[in-house]
Design a protein around this ligand. Sequence first.
Ligand SMILES: N[C@@H](CCC(=O)N[C@@H](CS)C(=O)NCC(=O)O)C(=O)O
Length: 208
Amino acid sequence: MIELLTANTPNGKKISIMLEETNLKYKVTKVNINKDEQFKPDFIKLSPFRKIPVIIDHDNNQSLFESGAILIYLSEKSGKFYDKNERTAINQWLMGQMAYVGPMLGQHHQFHHYNPGKSKFGESRYFKISEKIYKELDERLAVSQYLAGKNYTIADIATFPWIARHEWHDIGLKKFLNLTRWYEEISKRDAVKKGYDLLKKGEEIPKA
Ligand SMILES: N[C@@H](CCC(=O)N[C@@H](CS)C(=O)NCC(=O)O)C(=O)O
């Protein structure tokens, strides 16, 4: 059984979506990052950077931090969404999500959504970078059905919950036809709908 220690954020939703997609048995343990629970000594032992998500695989007592590493672990455990023949391509898009798409959109959330009016420079910088990311993903999805190629993989699972915050981004997802096509297709998957509703409160995936 997998225990997912998380909060209801895009990085947390990557893992709940993956757990639903792979049908692995799991339970969610909430970590309230607004109340600094990520800084508790027991949590730091599992997550040295003091961040969610974390998993504990109770089948073998293995714990893991970093959502990309967790996705790889779960795909190796389940044999899904990380085909050996496609790994080089999947790794590129997964690492690109981890190092660029997530961190940049995360900064856009900070300046544009949570703290508007506090820094013109920050707002403008991360708005432009986010718009560029939409364009870059759209270009890729114009020539490829999914990010890494013709199959749905952990690279898509990692990226989807970030684009699902498109209403916060104010960039206009619908202007990006290929990204919208990809988003709508993934939104229809039952496992994605279930995993998106991480807290089981009936949370729905935002429409494009
Ligand atoms: N690179 C990490 C980033 C994780 C991350 O930024 N988690 C945020 C929530 S989405 C967090 O725990 N924030 C609490 C804090 O930084 O104090 C991953 O992908 O797992």
